[in-house]
Ligand binder design. Structure first.
Ligand code: ADP
Ligand code: MG
Length: 253
């Protein structure tokens, strides 16, 4: 896990007079799950979309697997997976047809059923996106990032709005994808999720990186300052109750 696959140096993004990204630098290592954390408006999506070649930057340098964003955006597109907005464009197609369509567009030979199996949606192959639950939609959206067999996938808040089980189901999917060798960049507002999933996180606030390390290291650093939780935690929390009562551990969601 030592090779750098994404390198961002002094990245700046201005929207008119407003500077949304203020000169950030970070590297993502091959095979890691890297989290971008930060409050709404911090600049996470802007940063991701610039790396994804979908949004122009103001200044700075970005390279992806040795490819220069300015000179080789089309080469970069070929090796990254971005969540597609499947619901808006082709509402008449079912999941199987959508995967076939996209694999055709990417000129890739994918087995759609194998992909649907991986995200636990085989039974929904003939369903339309609008007929899926929130969790199923997100799993399908993650599946669409894999169609071009990318080296890196980008997931922007993939678990926002999901119920606790659907969230956990997605965590396992993300781990599974990484275990097959794909690098993952993810944004989330859930710190338990970042702690569970991410090898390293960058915390962004108002367009600046204010901390970057493994979650465990950041926690240890905080403890070293003398920080203590205000009260002793119980051995379980309400989420544990919810999962215990409603869950068949990780049922589909
Ligand atoms: P995050 O994903 O961390 O919530 P964003 O990258 O979406 O943050 O947005 C960062 C800041 O840039 C926000 O203040 C947002 O309002 C602003 N912003 C995002 N997109 C645009 C745009 N197209 N035009 C102008 N301002 C934008
Ligand atoms: Mg965002």
């Amino acid at each position: 896990m030592s090779k750098t696959i994404i390198s961002v140096q002094d990245l700046v993004k201005n929207y008119g007079n407003f500077q949304a990204v203020k000169g950030i630098s970070f590297e993502v290592k091959e095979g890691e799950i890297f989290g971008l954390l930060g409050p709404n408006g911090a600049g996470k999506s802007t940063t991701l979309e610039i790396i994804e070649t979908l949004r122009p930057k103001t200044s700075g340098t970005v390279s992806v697997d040795g490819l220069c964003l300015d000179k080789q955006p089309h080469e970069i597109k070929k090796i990254i997976g971005v969540q597609l907005q499947t619901s808006g464009y082709y509402p008449g197609l079912n999941l199987l047809q959508l995967i076939e369509l996209f694999s055709g567009l990417y000129n890739r030979d994918v087995d759609p059923m194998e992909l649907l199996d991986m995200v636990n949606l085989r039974e929904k192959a003939k369903s339309k996106v609008k007929e899926l639950s929130g969790g199923q939609k997100q799993r399908f959206s993650v599946a669409t990032t894999l169609i071009n067999q990318p080296r890196i996938i980008f997931l922007d808040e993939p678990t926002t709005g999901l119920d606790p089980q659907a969230r956990r189901s997605l965590w396992e999917l993300v781990k599974q994808i990484r275990d097959k060798g794909t690098t993952v960049i993810i944004t989330t507002h859930y710190m338990d999720e970042a702690e569970y999933l991410c090898d390293r996180v960058a915390i962004i606030d108002s367009g600046k990186i204010i901390a970057m390390d493994a979650p465990d290291k950041l926690i240890d650093e905080l403890i070293a300052t003398g920080f203590e939780r205000p009260k002793e935690m119980k051995m379980a929390n309400l989420e544990d109750v919810f999962i215990k009562l409603t869950g068949h551990s990780l049922r589909e969601g």
